[in-house]
Write a protein that binds this ligand. Sequence first.
Ligand code: SF4
Length: 211
Amino acid sequence: MNKEKRYQILSRLRQHNPNPTTELEYGSPFQLLIAVLLSAQATDVGVNKATRKLFPAAPTAEKMLALGVDGIKDYIKTIGLFNSKAENAYKTCKILVENYAGEVPQDRAALEALPGVGRKTANVVLNTAFGWPTIAVDTHIFRVSNRTKLAPGKNVKEVEEKLIKVVPKEFKVDVHHWLILHGRYTCVARKPRCGSCVIEDLCEFKDKTSD
Ligand code: SF4
């Protein structure tokens, strides 16, 4: 895909959604970190349902630590892998309280050292809570980048590197959410909705649908 077309795709996505953000509900960087940690292999809707009760009871790392692992479990039982997620959330709170005065560090290495926090979670937190131009490639971004040919790659790392290289600076902070939302609602996995896609004329996918 050439530079001009890439620019047009990103401009159009911006035009349709000038202020994109996550669908996870949170009130602070700490709550976002916990919500993302809980969201592995779960839907944002399912996570929000649990955190609407968890966060009022434990809005800070100190308060969540006080809940204990079993206390956290009680709030997140409806989410897949809740046992290990509760353990990780508890251990993460402990480190935040002991080493960072309960705050979330704005530092990739420090974030990735937290239990249950990988590169993807760190990228989401740095991008969404702190406005860093990081791109967390999930299944949606991977699919949309490959289908459109915006940033094709064989694995998530390759797509992330490509996006970082080719996406112009003015789009870097928001591209992550535009592509996720586009993949979640329009360029869906099973059968993309090309007929109602705002970048249909620019996308280079060979098997477009008329839906
Ligand atoms: S035209 Fe189809 S394949 Fe291309 S981005 Fe839109 S929905 Fe996805």
